[in-house]
Structure formats: C-alpha cells, structure tokens
Design a binder for this molecule. Structure first.
Ligand code: AP5
Length: 210
C-alpha cells in the first residue's frame, strides 16, 4: 500500500501518518522530517535547506526528490509506505508518475486556516524521534516528555506566526491544485480534519478498510 496525506501545514498529516503506520505496519515518511534530519547532520546542503525552511519556503524539487528517493530505497519501504508532505506541487506529482510510484490513495485533511493557527501554536515536537503533540488537544502523558522515546519536547522553529502565514500562502498556491489532480485520477478521499485526533484517525481507517 502506498499512501499520501495532503493537507495544509498543521492539518495533522504527521499525526495521522504515525497512527496509520502503527496499524498498517508500513513506515510513515515525512519529507519535512527528512529535511530536518539533513539540517541536523550539519552538511552544506543542510545549511541551505535550513535557510529555506526557516522562512516557510519550499525546498527545490530536485533536492527534495533526490532525498526522498534515497529514503524509499530502504528495506522497510518494500511493503509500502505513507508519504507525509509529498507531493506538494504539480512537478512533484509528475515525479511520482515518472518514477512509477503507484499511489493506492491520497487522503486530504480538510481544515480551515483559523484552526491551523491554533494547532501550530500548541504543537510540541520530540527532539529525538520527532513525534508531535499538542499541549491541549493531544498532550504527552508527562508534560514536556515524549511518550515514545522519553526525550524532551520543543517548539518547532517554523511554528512562528509570520512563518505560518507564509506556509499557508504557499500551500494554497502550490499544493491545493493537487486536490483536483488526484480527484481526476479517482484517488482522493477527503477527511474532515477539524475533528478530534481519534475521529480523524477512525475516518482514515474506514476509508482504507483497516
Ligand atoms: P513539514 O514538516 O511537512 O511541515 P508542514 O507541511 O507545514 O506540516 P506540519 O508538520 O507543520 O503539520 P502536520 O500537518 O504534519 O500536522 P501535525 O500532525 O504535526 O515540512 C516543513 C517544511 O519542509 C515545509 O514548510 C517546507 O519548507 C519543507 N518541505 C517539506 N516537504 C516538502 C516538499 N515535498 N517539497 C518542498 N519542500 C518541502 O499536527 C499539528 C498539531 O496539531 C500538533 O500539535 C498535533 O498534535 C495537533 N493535531 C493533529 N491532529 C489533530 C486533531 N485532529 N485535533 C487536534 N489537534 C490535532
């Protein structure tokens, strides 16, 4: 099974991808996390990527595709995977087709910009395994500590009000047109992502029959 989760920044893509990954037993691959790993490596490429992400701008398609394809070569992707944050524009969608990646389904997390701003304001991310939480709606069992690996939680640097505005602007311009792209291919399923984490997850399970 190969899935992609589409949605605005903060729509809950990572949260849903983790839940699906646990239930289906295939990895969830966040392109944002791949890029943050490259930044953490301290490479020259990482410094360049940081200069873009920190302003909320996209990384050029050739770099993004190279990093993603490298990850997809891993053994754990043989049975399928969940793409969280790819494709994000028409060219990236064309790359999927060119590389013969046949999506089983594209799940769209539908949500308004107002809810996004509140969600990202309360988001916390694990410094180590990158699992995300929300201080009110999806809190860790112990404040400030990751349930999964026990490391500290932090606020992501691009969860700043002005940067969120830019990320949303780019989403509406570049990524939203993909909704009709996947609709035309009869691959799109919409999920009301303003509902709770559990309701959103259950809606996805129902669509996928898992
Ligand atoms: P990325 O890390 O993918 O950021 P994003 O798309 O902006 O999405 P987020 O990770 O912010 O949000 P999410 O939808 O995963 O929501 P989450 O589950 O965390 O990418 C970062 C950057 O990398 C991009 O801005 C871009 O620069 C670059 N990049 C990435 N991919 C790229 C590509 N393909 N091409 C070019 N550049 C690329 O949830 C958010 C919060 O809400 C959390 O606190 C969570 O606990 C909470 N929450 C989740 N669901 C619910 C719910 N149902 N109810 C209540 N709270 C909820």
């Amino acid at each position: 099974m190969i899935l992609t989760i589409l949605g605005a920044p903060g729509a809950g893509k990572g949260t849903l991808a983790s839940a699906l990954s646990e239930v289906i037993g295939i990895p969830s691959i966040s392109t944002g996390a791949l890029l943050r790993n490259e930044i953490a490596s301290g490479s020259e490429l990482g410094v360049y990527i940081d200069s873009l992400i920190s302003k909320g701008n996209f990384v050029p398609d050739d770099i993004m595709v190279r990093i993603l394809l490298n990850r997809l070569k891993s053994e754990d992707c043989r049975r399928g995977y969940i793409l969280d944050g790819f494709p994000r524009n028409a060219d990236q969608a064309r790359h999927l087709i060119d590389y013969g990646i046949n999506l089983t389904r594209a799940l769209l997390l539908d949500i308004s910009d107002d809810v996004i701003v509140s969600r990202l304001g309360g988001r916390r991310e694990c410094v180590s395994c990158r699992r995300t939480y929300h201080i009110a709606d999806n809190p860790p069992k112990k404040e400030g500590i990751c349930d999964v690996c026990g490391n500290a939680l932090r606020i992501r640097s691009d969860d700043d009000k002005e940067i969120i505005k830019n990320r949303l602007k780019i989403y509406h311009k570049e990524t939203e047109p993909l909704i009709s792209f996947f609709e035309r291919k009869d691959l799109l399923s919409r999920i009301d992502a303003s509902k709770s984490v559990e309701e959103t997850r259950n809606a996805a399970f129902k669509i996928l029959g898992v």
